[in-house]
Design a binder for this molecule. Sequence first.
Ligand SMILES: [Mn+2]
Length: 424
Amino acid sequence: MRIDKKQIEQHNSDVQKTHQKRFDFTKSEIPNAEAIIQKLIDFNVAIPSWALGTGGTRFARFSGAGEPGTLEQKMEDIGVLHALNNSSGAISLHIPWDIPSDYTAIKKLATDLNLKFDAMNSNTFQDQKEQALSYKFGSLQNTNKAIRQQAINHNIEVIKHGVELGSKALTVWLSDGSCFPGQLNFRKAFQNTLAGLEEIYAALPSDWKVFVEYKAFEPNFYSMTVGDWGQSLLYANKLGPKAFTLVDLGHHLPNANIEQIVALLMMEEKLAGFHFNDSKYGDDDLTVGSIKPYQLFLIFNELVEGMDARGMNHASDLGWMIDASHNVKDPLEDLLQSVEAIMISYAQALLLDRAALNKAQDNNDVVAAQEILQSTFRTDVRAIVAEARLRAGGALDPIAFYRNNKVRASLIKERGTNTVATGL
Ligand SMILES: [Mn+2]
């Protein structure tokens, strides 16, 4: 389904008066509001093709209704999001869950929906039906050369799909590791993995990047072969200038200082970008900003500081993607909430008085530094984020629009109640 522009205009005019009052007040408090609005309009967050269906845990999955059953329908769902918030203009494809059968048709659909193809994602963490060899004991780390080669070939295959679509990056997340002490020779596992990544790296087109994603634990519970940012950075440094470290917020041990990790990776020019989500305990994959919004703001504060220090383009020099699972919410509503949380944190980081913060840091004025950070975090920038959406043709209140115009009911009518999105 497609969102009718006239419906958006109607919605906006219905809520315009209240919005204008809030926006006028916010603007009077924020001197650089106009510059922030332009940056917000330019900023987009990619939606992964696996996030449009209901997620699950290892215990159960309770499917919703009207889920997208095909890649085309998944793209249409992202088209709905993008029409409403104008900040979800990219899709990140997972192979083999979402292999395009007709590149030309898929590319045309993407153009119609105003979507780009973000990083491609490979999958060597599960066995596929027609697969010859099993990844039970890992893929690139495997002691069996033939299994390692199968995993390398798969990644090269994913690059080929991406080239056809106009993607420019490959994200490699490996579930490789071990569940018990003694199961694995750490050094050999690292060397095998590096050798495999080197072959994949050699297959990258000249204008492509490879993102090495790390994760502290799960599915392996004793060791992970790309277990933290240090290990990922080791691989990225050994691979070369097209290799970067990808940070997934949920892939750390509890209480890790992610904002510091981000700052240092940017200093080394090795930060690939983000998989946004939120968590309380582990890799919970909850809605961005739902548990630790202050942490999200602190991360964006470092991102903006680091990107500006290097003269980077906020919108295009790093990869921004949501990687979350929606177990109890409508996935589209959840994604709207996630993108909103990202835009709010980004807007706050942009309005922070950096000169004042630098001065407080130089003077060791700890109290002033905290005051600056927290008064920025406590500034309500929602009207600025809404104004950016309005100017870009989106809806002032995307979730209200989605509910009032019964978007899910239309999707159910179109697709039925029993469709299940591919994925985990
Ligand atoms: Mn991820």
